[in-house]
Ligand binder design. Structure first.
Ligand code: SF4
Length: 422
Protein backbone atom coordinates (compact mmCIF):
# COMPACT_ATOMS: atom_id res chain seq x y z
CA UNK A 1 0.00 0.00 0.00
CA UNK A 2 1.41 3.43 -0.80
CA UNK A 3 0.92 6.89 0.68
CA UNK A 4 -2.10 7.54 -1.56
CA UNK A 5 -4.03 4.62 -0.12
CA UNK A 6 -2.52 4.61 3.37
CA UNK A 7 -3.25 7.02 6.22
CA UNK A 8 0.04 8.96 6.37
CA UNK A 9 -1.44 12.06 4.77
CA UNK A 10 -5.07 11.90 5.91
CA UNK A 11 -6.36 14.83 8.00
CA UNK A 12 -5.91 14.16 11.72
CA UNK A 13 -8.55 15.05 14.30
CA UNK A 14 -6.60 16.88 17.02
CA UNK A 15 -8.16 17.16 20.44
CA UNK A 16 -6.82 18.86 23.56
CA UNK A 17 -9.29 18.27 26.35
CA UNK A 18 -9.60 16.14 29.44
CA UNK A 19 -7.80 12.81 29.13
CA UNK A 20 -8.12 9.49 30.91
CA UNK A 21 -4.76 7.73 31.10
CA UNK A 22 -2.30 6.45 33.65
CA UNK A 23 0.82 8.49 34.39
CA UNK A 24 4.38 7.61 33.36
CA UNK A 25 5.20 6.00 36.72
CA UNK A 26 3.48 2.88 35.38
CA UNK A 27 6.49 2.12 33.16
CA UNK A 28 8.53 1.32 36.27
CA UNK A 29 6.61 -1.95 36.49
CA UNK A 30 8.12 -3.34 33.30
CA UNK A 31 11.41 -1.39 33.41
CA UNK A 32 12.48 -2.68 36.82
CA UNK A 33 12.00 -6.26 35.59
CA UNK A 34 14.14 -5.57 32.55
CA UNK A 35 17.05 -3.69 34.13
CA UNK A 36 18.34 -6.08 36.70
CA UNK A 37 20.73 -3.80 38.58
CA UNK A 38 18.56 -0.67 38.49
CA UNK A 39 16.44 0.87 41.22
CA UNK A 40 13.61 3.33 40.58
CA UNK A 41 13.12 5.78 43.41
CA UNK A 42 9.93 7.74 42.90
CA UNK A 43 10.11 11.11 44.56
CA UNK A 44 6.46 11.59 45.21
CA UNK A 45 3.43 11.33 47.43
CA UNK A 46 1.47 8.50 49.01
CA UNK A 47 -0.76 8.50 45.90
CA UNK A 48 2.29 7.60 43.78
CA UNK A 49 3.26 4.84 46.23
CA UNK A 50 -0.28 3.43 46.06
CA UNK A 51 -0.33 3.55 42.26
CA UNK A 52 2.90 1.57 42.07
CA UNK A 53 1.70 -0.91 44.66
CA UNK A 54 -1.58 -1.42 42.79
CA UNK A 55 0.05 -1.64 39.37
CA UNK A 56 2.62 -4.12 40.69
CA UNK A 57 -0.32 -6.20 41.92
CA UNK A 58 0.52 -9.13 44.10
CA UNK A 59 4.17 -9.37 43.14
CA UNK A 60 6.19 -9.65 46.32
CA UNK A 61 9.92 -9.22 45.97
CA UNK A 62 12.38 -10.10 48.70
CA UNK A 63 14.39 -7.14 47.42
CA UNK A 64 12.09 -4.84 45.45
CA UNK A 65 13.73 -2.65 42.85
CA UNK A 66 11.43 0.30 43.14
CA UNK A 67 10.27 2.45 46.01
CA UNK A 68 8.87 5.84 46.88
CA UNK A 69 10.60 8.63 48.78
CA UNK A 70 7.53 10.37 50.15
CA UNK A 71 7.77 14.14 50.20
CA UNK A 72 4.80 15.80 51.74
CA UNK A 73 4.27 19.31 52.96
CA UNK A 74 4.83 18.42 56.56
CA UNK A 75 8.28 17.10 55.63
CA UNK A 76 9.34 20.34 54.07
CA UNK A 77 10.89 23.12 56.05
CA UNK A 78 12.38 24.24 52.73
CA UNK A 79 13.95 22.94 49.58
CA UNK A 80 17.36 22.57 51.24
CA UNK A 81 15.79 20.18 53.75
CA UNK A 82 14.11 18.23 50.94
CA UNK A 83 17.43 17.83 49.16
CA UNK A 84 19.14 16.73 52.36
CA UNK A 85 16.34 14.27 53.02
CA UNK A 86 16.67 12.89 49.49
CA UNK A 87 20.46 12.54 49.85
CA UNK A 88 19.99 10.70 53.17
CA UNK A 89 17.34 8.41 51.67
CA UNK A 90 19.61 7.56 48.70
CA UNK A 91 22.64 6.96 50.96
CA UNK A 92 20.56 4.61 53.16
CA UNK A 93 19.26 2.73 50.12
CA UNK A 94 22.64 2.33 48.44
CA UNK A 95 24.43 1.22 51.61
CA UNK A 96 21.76 -1.45 52.12
CA UNK A 97 21.73 -2.52 48.46
CA UNK A 98 25.22 -2.88 46.94
CA UNK A 99 23.58 -4.70 43.98
CA UNK A 100 22.20 -1.36 42.70
CA UNK A 101 24.34 0.06 39.89
CA UNK A 102 21.84 2.46 38.29
CA UNK A 103 19.51 4.63 40.29
CA UNK A 104 16.65 6.52 38.67
CA UNK A 105 15.13 9.45 40.55
CA UNK A 106 11.63 9.61 39.11
CA UNK A 107 9.76 12.90 39.42
CA UNK A 108 6.00 13.08 39.99
CA UNK A 109 3.14 15.60 40.24
CA UNK A 110 3.03 16.99 43.78
CA UNK A 111 4.04 20.64 43.90
CA UNK A 112 6.74 19.91 46.51
CA UNK A 113 8.40 17.57 44.00
CA UNK A 114 8.04 19.94 41.06
CA UNK A 115 9.94 22.57 43.07
CA UNK A 116 12.86 20.15 43.56
CA UNK A 117 15.52 20.19 40.84
CA UNK A 118 15.90 16.44 40.37
CA UNK A 119 18.36 16.91 37.51
CA UNK A 120 20.77 18.69 39.82
CA UNK A 121 20.05 16.15 42.54
CA UNK A 122 20.96 13.33 40.14
CA UNK A 123 24.22 15.07 39.19
CA UNK A 124 25.08 15.67 42.84
CA UNK A 125 24.28 12.09 43.83
CA UNK A 126 26.13 10.66 40.82
CA UNK A 127 29.25 12.54 41.93
CA UNK A 128 28.88 11.26 45.50
CA UNK A 129 28.24 7.62 44.58
CA UNK A 130 30.46 7.25 41.46
CA UNK A 131 31.86 5.03 40.13
CA UNK A 132 29.76 2.34 41.79
CA UNK A 133 26.35 3.86 40.99
CA UNK A 134 25.17 6.11 38.20
CA UNK A 135 22.20 8.30 39.10
CA UNK A 136 19.73 9.49 36.43
CA UNK A 137 16.50 11.40 36.65
CA UNK A 138 13.34 11.64 34.62
CA UNK A 139 9.73 12.63 35.12
CA UNK A 140 6.85 10.17 35.37
CA UNK A 141 4.45 12.91 36.44
CA UNK A 142 0.87 12.56 35.27
CA UNK A 143 0.92 16.25 34.31
CA UNK A 144 3.68 15.64 31.77
CA UNK A 145 3.44 11.98 30.78
CA UNK A 146 1.01 9.29 29.73
CA UNK A 147 1.85 5.79 30.83
CA UNK A 148 4.21 4.60 28.10
CA UNK A 149 6.03 7.94 28.07
CA UNK A 150 7.66 6.90 31.33
CA UNK A 151 9.80 4.40 29.44
CA UNK A 152 10.61 7.00 26.80
CA UNK A 153 11.66 9.54 29.43
CA UNK A 154 13.76 6.89 31.23
CA UNK A 155 15.64 5.77 28.09
CA UNK A 156 16.08 9.34 26.83
CA UNK A 157 17.65 10.24 30.20
CA UNK A 158 20.27 7.53 29.70
CA UNK A 159 21.30 8.41 26.14
CA UNK A 160 23.51 11.48 26.81
CA UNK A 161 25.79 9.51 29.14
CA UNK A 162 26.18 6.39 26.97
CA UNK A 163 29.81 5.90 25.93
CA UNK A 164 30.84 7.08 22.46
CA UNK A 165 31.83 4.75 19.63
CA UNK A 166 32.58 4.90 15.92
CA UNK A 167 31.74 1.21 15.42
CA UNK A 168 28.96 0.26 13.01
CA UNK A 169 26.48 -1.39 15.33
CA UNK A 170 22.78 -2.11 15.38
CA UNK A 171 20.94 -0.92 18.45
CA UNK A 172 17.50 -2.28 19.35
CA UNK A 173 15.62 0.34 21.33
CA UNK A 174 12.71 -0.37 23.67
CA UNK A 175 12.14 -2.71 26.61
CA UNK A 176 11.10 -6.22 25.62
CA UNK A 177 10.70 -9.23 27.90
CA UNK A 178 14.03 -11.12 27.84
CA UNK A 179 12.55 -14.14 26.06
CA UNK A 180 11.17 -11.97 23.25
CA UNK A 181 14.39 -10.00 22.96
CA UNK A 182 16.30 -13.30 22.68
CA UNK A 183 14.01 -14.39 19.82
CA UNK A 184 14.66 -11.14 17.94
CA UNK A 185 18.42 -11.40 18.52
CA UNK A 186 18.40 -15.02 17.30
CA UNK A 187 16.63 -14.04 14.05
CA UNK A 188 19.10 -11.20 13.43
CA UNK A 189 22.08 -13.44 14.26
CA UNK A 190 20.79 -16.08 11.83
CA UNK A 191 20.85 -13.39 9.13
CA UNK A 192 24.45 -12.60 10.03
CA UNK A 193 23.70 -9.20 11.59
CA UNK A 194 26.15 -8.51 14.41
CA UNK A 195 26.92 -6.99 16.80
CA UNK A 196 23.50 -6.05 18.11
CA UNK A 197 23.09 -4.07 21.32
CA UNK A 198 19.97 -3.26 23.32
CA UNK A 199 18.68 -0.20 25.13
CA UNK A 200 17.70 -0.72 27.88
CA UNK A 201 20.37 -3.31 28.60
CA UNK A 202 19.70 -6.04 31.14
CA UNK A 203 22.67 -4.93 33.23
CA UNK A 204 24.58 -1.63 33.35
CA UNK A 205 27.78 -3.42 32.28
CA UNK A 206 26.05 -4.19 28.94
CA UNK A 207 24.98 -0.60 28.22
CA UNK A 208 25.53 0.16 24.54
CA UNK A 209 27.89 2.75 23.14
CA UNK A 210 26.51 5.12 20.51
CA UNK A 211 27.91 7.28 17.73
CA UNK A 212 27.72 8.30 14.06
CA UNK A 213 27.90 4.72 12.76
CA UNK A 214 25.18 3.42 15.08
CA UNK A 215 21.93 2.52 13.36
CA UNK A 216 18.92 1.90 15.55
CA UNK A 217 15.59 0.16 15.18
CA UNK A 218 12.77 0.91 17.58
CA UNK A 219 10.64 -1.93 18.92
CA UNK A 220 8.16 0.39 20.65
CA UNK A 221 6.33 3.25 18.94
CA UNK A 222 6.27 5.51 22.01
CA UNK A 223 9.96 6.40 22.07
CA UNK A 224 9.91 9.84 20.43
CA UNK A 225 12.25 11.53 22.94
CA UNK A 226 14.68 8.60 22.91
CA UNK A 227 14.68 8.68 19.10
CA UNK A 228 15.54 12.41 19.20
CA UNK A 229 18.23 11.89 21.85
CA UNK A 230 19.89 9.13 19.81
CA UNK A 231 19.84 11.28 16.68
CA UNK A 232 21.51 14.06 18.66
CA UNK A 233 24.32 11.56 19.36
CA UNK A 234 24.66 11.02 15.59
CA UNK A 235 22.87 7.65 15.41
CA UNK A 236 20.55 6.95 12.45
CA UNK A 237 17.04 5.53 12.73
CA UNK A 238 15.87 2.67 10.47
CA UNK A 239 12.20 3.52 9.83
CA UNK A 240 9.99 0.42 9.74
CA UNK A 241 6.54 -0.82 10.67
CA UNK A 242 6.58 -2.13 14.26
CA UNK A 243 7.08 -5.87 14.80
CA UNK A 244 3.47 -6.78 15.63
CA UNK A 245 1.96 -9.74 13.80
CA UNK A 246 3.50 -11.85 11.05
CA UNK A 247 3.56 -9.10 8.42
CA UNK A 248 4.68 -6.38 10.81
CA UNK A 249 7.55 -8.54 12.05
CA UNK A 250 8.57 -9.41 8.49
CA UNK A 251 8.51 -5.75 7.45
CA UNK A 252 10.55 -4.71 10.51
CA UNK A 253 13.11 -7.45 9.91
CA UNK A 254 13.26 -6.62 6.19
CA UNK A 255 14.09 -2.96 6.91
CA UNK A 256 16.95 -4.01 9.20
CA UNK A 257 18.13 -6.74 6.80
CA UNK A 258 18.23 -4.26 3.90
CA UNK A 259 20.30 -1.84 5.97
CA UNK A 260 22.84 -4.64 6.54
CA UNK A 261 22.74 -6.03 2.98
CA UNK A 262 21.39 -9.46 3.96
CA UNK A 263 20.87 -11.57 0.79
CA UNK A 264 17.19 -12.19 -0.04
CA UNK A 265 17.64 -15.98 0.04
CA UNK A 266 19.12 -15.82 3.56
CA UNK A 267 16.31 -13.54 4.73
CA UNK A 268 13.64 -15.83 3.29
CA UNK A 269 15.20 -18.96 4.78
CA UNK A 270 15.49 -17.41 8.27
CA UNK A 271 11.91 -16.15 8.46
CA UNK A 272 10.11 -19.03 6.69
CA UNK A 273 9.35 -21.29 9.67
CA UNK A 274 8.57 -18.67 12.37
CA UNK A 275 6.49 -16.64 9.90
CA UNK A 276 4.42 -19.71 9.00
CA UNK A 277 3.90 -20.45 12.72
CA UNK A 278 2.79 -16.85 13.32
CA UNK A 279 0.33 -16.90 10.40
CA UNK A 280 -1.18 -20.15 11.64
CA UNK A 281 -1.51 -18.82 15.19
CA UNK A 282 -3.13 -15.59 13.98
CA UNK A 283 -5.55 -17.49 11.72
CA UNK A 284 -6.95 -19.32 14.76
CA UNK A 285 -8.08 -15.96 16.21
CA UNK A 286 -8.92 -14.23 12.93
CA UNK A 287 -12.06 -16.38 12.63
CA UNK A 288 -13.40 -14.48 15.67
CA UNK A 289 -12.02 -11.10 14.66
CA UNK A 290 -12.81 -10.95 10.93
CA UNK A 291 -15.61 -8.56 10.03
CA UNK A 292 -15.66 -6.98 13.51
CA UNK A 293 -15.10 -3.29 14.13
CA UNK A 294 -12.60 -1.76 16.57
CA UNK A 295 -12.32 1.70 18.15
CA UNK A 296 -9.08 2.79 19.84
CA UNK A 297 -8.98 5.38 22.61
CA UNK A 298 -5.60 7.15 22.88
CA UNK A 299 -3.60 5.39 25.53
CA UNK A 300 -0.43 3.37 24.94
CA UNK A 301 0.76 4.92 21.63
CA UNK A 302 0.65 1.36 20.23
CA UNK A 303 -2.70 2.16 18.59
CA UNK A 304 -1.58 2.82 15.01
CA UNK A 305 0.63 -0.26 14.60
CA UNK A 306 -2.06 -2.38 16.28
CA UNK A 307 -4.79 -1.01 14.01
CA UNK A 308 -2.57 -1.90 11.07
CA UNK A 309 -2.20 -5.44 12.45
CA UNK A 310 -5.89 -5.95 13.23
CA UNK A 311 -7.13 -4.62 9.88
CA UNK A 312 -4.56 -6.24 7.59
CA UNK A 313 -3.89 -9.53 9.36
CA UNK A 314 -7.11 -10.22 11.26
CA UNK A 315 -9.79 -8.78 8.93
CA UNK A 316 -11.13 -6.17 11.36
CA UNK A 317 -12.41 -2.70 10.43
CA UNK A 318 -11.04 0.28 12.35
CA UNK A 319 -13.57 3.03 13.10
CA UNK A 320 -11.32 5.42 15.03
CA UNK A 321 -7.65 5.10 15.88
CA UNK A 322 -6.81 7.50 18.69
CA UNK A 323 -3.26 8.05 19.86
CA UNK A 324 -1.94 10.43 22.54
CA UNK A 325 0.73 11.69 20.11
CA UNK A 326 1.15 11.12 16.41
CA UNK A 327 4.83 10.96 15.54
CA UNK A 328 4.96 10.24 11.81
CA UNK A 329 8.74 9.81 11.98
CA UNK A 330 8.04 6.72 14.06
CA UNK A 331 4.64 5.37 12.97
CA UNK A 332 4.72 6.66 9.37
CA UNK A 333 5.49 3.22 7.90
CA UNK A 334 2.50 1.77 9.82
CA UNK A 335 0.27 4.63 8.64
CA UNK A 336 1.32 3.82 5.06
CA UNK A 337 -0.03 0.30 5.56
CA UNK A 338 -3.28 1.31 7.25
CA UNK A 339 -6.07 1.59 4.67
CA UNK A 340 -7.92 4.90 4.61
CA UNK A 341 -11.29 4.90 6.34
CA UNK A 342 -10.85 5.22 10.12
CA UNK A 343 -10.74 8.59 11.88
CA UNK A 344 -7.14 9.16 12.99
CA UNK A 345 -7.23 11.24 16.16
CA UNK A 346 -4.44 12.70 18.26
CA UNK A 347 -4.84 13.78 21.89
CA UNK A 348 -8.15 13.47 23.67
CA UNK A 349 -11.32 15.21 24.67
CA UNK A 350 -12.82 12.25 26.42
CA UNK A 351 -16.47 13.40 26.38
CA UNK A 352 -16.43 14.11 22.63
CA UNK A 353 -14.73 10.81 21.98
CA UNK A 354 -17.29 8.93 24.08
CA UNK A 355 -20.05 10.54 22.02
CA UNK A 356 -18.41 9.29 18.80
CA UNK A 357 -17.95 5.85 20.34
CA UNK A 358 -21.60 5.57 21.41
CA UNK A 359 -22.74 6.59 17.94
CA UNK A 360 -20.47 4.00 16.31
CA UNK A 361 -21.10 1.13 18.81
CA UNK A 362 -18.03 -0.84 17.68
CA UNK A 363 -17.68 -4.55 18.36
CA UNK A 364 -14.49 -3.90 20.37
CA UNK A 365 -13.22 -0.81 22.19
CA UNK A 366 -9.57 -0.59 23.25
CA UNK A 367 -9.27 1.83 26.15
CA UNK A 368 -7.84 2.51 29.60
CA UNK A 369 -9.00 0.80 32.77
CA UNK A 370 -10.98 3.83 33.93
CA UNK A 371 -13.23 3.78 30.87
CA UNK A 372 -13.53 0.03 30.42
CA UNK A 373 -15.90 -0.80 33.28
CA UNK A 374 -18.52 1.88 32.54
CA UNK A 375 -18.42 0.97 28.84
CA UNK A 376 -18.86 -2.73 29.62
CA UNK A 377 -21.89 -1.74 31.70
CA UNK A 378 -23.27 -0.04 28.56
CA UNK A 379 -22.97 -3.33 26.70
CA UNK A 380 -19.76 -2.50 24.85
CA UNK A 381 -16.93 -5.03 24.70
CA UNK A 382 -13.58 -3.63 25.81
CA UNK A 383 -9.91 -4.49 25.90
CA UNK A 384 -7.66 -2.83 28.49
CA UNK A 385 -4.86 -1.04 26.67
CA UNK A 386 -2.49 -1.60 29.59
CA UNK A 387 -2.48 -5.37 28.95
CA UNK A 388 -0.85 -4.67 25.61
CA UNK A 389 2.27 -3.43 27.35
CA UNK A 390 2.28 -5.99 30.16
CA UNK A 391 1.93 -8.98 27.82
CA UNK A 392 4.67 -10.24 25.46
CA UNK A 393 3.24 -9.34 22.04
CA UNK A 394 6.18 -8.59 19.72
CA UNK A 395 7.67 -10.67 16.90
CA UNK A 396 6.55 -13.93 15.31
CA UNK A 397 6.21 -16.24 18.30
CA UNK A 398 3.87 -13.87 20.15
CA UNK A 399 1.70 -12.94 17.14
CA UNK A 400 -0.98 -15.48 18.06
CA UNK A 401 -1.06 -14.22 21.67
CA UNK A 402 -1.44 -10.68 20.38
CA UNK A 403 -4.44 -11.63 18.25
CA UNK A 404 -5.78 -13.59 21.24
CA UNK A 405 -5.79 -10.47 23.41
CA UNK A 406 -8.41 -9.02 21.05
CA UNK A 407 -10.39 -12.17 20.27
CA UNK A 408 -10.81 -13.21 23.91
CA UNK A 409 -13.15 -10.38 24.99
CA UNK A 410 -15.26 -10.94 21.86
CA UNK A 411 -15.54 -14.66 22.62
CA UNK A 412 -16.41 -13.93 26.23
CA UNK A 413 -19.12 -11.48 25.19
CA UNK A 414 -20.57 -14.00 22.70
CA UNK A 415 -20.70 -16.66 25.42
CA UNK A 416 -22.44 -14.30 27.85
CA UNK A 417 -25.00 -13.41 25.19
CA UNK A 418 -25.57 -17.09 24.46
CA UNK A 419 -26.05 -17.90 28.14
CA UNK A 420 -28.44 -14.96 28.57
CA UNK A 421 -30.50 -16.15 25.57
CA UNK A 422 -30.82 -19.69 26.95
S1 SF4 B 1 -0.57 11.05 38.49
FE1 SF4 B 1 0.98 12.20 39.66
S2 SF4 B 1 0.38 12.00 41.85
FE2 SF4 B 1 -0.75 10.45 40.66
S3 SF4 B 1 0.53 8.60 40.84
FE3 SF4 B 1 1.12 9.63 38.91
S4 SF4 B 1 2.84 10.96 39.49
FE4 SF4 B 1 1.85 10.35 41.41
Amino acid sequence: MNAQTGCRDVPVLKERGQREVFCGLTGIIWLHRKMQDAFFLVVGSRTCAHLLQAAAGVMIFAEPRFGTAILEEKDLAGLADANLELDREVARLLSRRPDIKQLFLVGSCPSEVIKLDLHRAAERLSAIHAPHVRVYNYSGSGIETTFTQGEDACLAAMVPSLPATTARELLLVGALPDVVEDQALALLAAMGIAPVRCLPARRSSDLPAVGPNTVFALVQPFLGDTHAALERRGARHIPAPFPFGADGTTAWLRAVAQEFGVPQATFDAVIAAPKARAEKAIAAHATTLAGKSVFFFPDSQLEIPLARFLTRECGMTAIEVGTPYLHTGLVGPDLDLLAQGPVISEGQDVDLQLTRLRAARPDLTVCGLGLANPLEAEGLTTKWAIELVFTPVHFYEQAGDLAGLFSRPLRRRALLRKEAAE
